[in-house]
Design a protein around this ligand. Structure first.
Ligand code: IMP
Ligand code: MG
Length: 194
C-alpha cells in the first residue's frame, strides 16, 4: 500500500472500507442515494419536456465532477441527444475557488446551431460557469441552459443562472456522487460534507 492509500482514518460502512479521509472526517450525509435518484429522475423528465421533438440537443458535461450525475441523468432523458465533455479546472487541491479557470479539454462536438445543456456538479462562486458560458456563446449555439446537481446560491453575478437545480446546497464543502476533495470521495453514492 502506498502512503496515499494509507493516509487518513478509514471510512467504513456495512459494505466495508469505502474511502480513506486523508485526515478529514465525513461530517454527515447531506443528500442520500435514494433522494438523489428521485431528483435525478425528475430532472431528466423536466429536460425531456423542455425541448421540442426536432431540437438537436447536446449534453455537455463538465469533467470530472459531473461524471456520475451526467451518466445517471442522460438515462432519464427520453429523446435523441448527443453527449460530450469539457474539462475545466479551478480548484487544485484546496477547498476554495482560485478564480482562475483553465480550459483543459475542448469538446470535439460542434456547438453552432445546437441546444446545449451544460451539466455541472455544483455551482459555487460561479467563476467556472461564467467563463464557460461566454466561451460557448461565442460559438453560436441555438441555446445554452445550465443543469446543476447542487447550487450553493452564493454566486453574485451568474451570467448563466441554472434552469435545472437538483438541490440547494449548504455552504459547506461537499464530496461524493462525483464531487471530490483532492480527488478523494468521487465514488461515494451519496453527497456528504467534510
Ligand atoms: P465555482 O467556479 O466556484 O462555481 O466552482 C465550480 C467547481 O468547483 C465545481 O464544478 C466543483 O468541481 C468545484 N466545487 C465547488 N464547490 C465544491 C464543493 O463543495 N465540493 C467539491 N467541489 C466543489
Ligand atoms: Mg472539482
Amino acid at each position: 500500500m502506498n502512503d496515499h492509500a494509507r493516509a487518513g482514518a478509514p471510512y467504513l460502512t456495512g459494505e466495508g472500507l469505502l474511502a480513506r479521509t486523508g485526515g478529514r472526517e465525513l461530517k454527515r450525509v447531506v443528500f442520500g442515494a435514494e433522494a438523489i435518484d428521485t431528483r435525478v429522475r425528475e430532472m431528466g423528465a423536466e429536460i425531456t419536456a423542455h425541448y421540442g421533438p426536432d431540437a438537436d440537443v447536446l449534453i455537455l458535461g463538465l469533467l470530472k465532477g459531473s461524471f456520475i450525475f451526467l451518466s445517471d441523468l442522460v438515462r432519464h432523458i427520453a429523446r435523441p441527444l448527443h453527449v460530450d465533455f469539457i474539462v475545466a479546472s479551478s480548484y487544485g487541491a484546496g477547498t476554495t475557488s482560485s478564480g482562475d479557470v483553465k480550459l483543459l479539454y475542448d469538446p470535439t462536438a460542434p456547438i453552432e446551431g445546437r441546444h446545449i445543456v451544460l451539466v455541472e456538479d455544483i455551482v459555487d462562486s460561479g467563476n467556472t460557469i461564467n467563463r464557460l458560458a461566454s466561451a460557448l456563446e461565442g460559438r453560436s449555439p441555438a441555446s445554452i441552459e445550465l443543469c446543476t446537481l447542487l447550487h450553493k446560491h452564493i454566486a453574485e453575478d451568474l451570467t448563466l443562472p441554472p434552469r435545472w437545480v437538483g438541490f440547494d446546497a449548504p455552504t459547506e464543502f461537499l464530496v461524493g456522487y462525483g464531487l471530490d476533495h483532492a480527488e478523494d470521495f468521487r465514488h461515494l453514492p451519496f453527497v456528504a460534507s467534510i
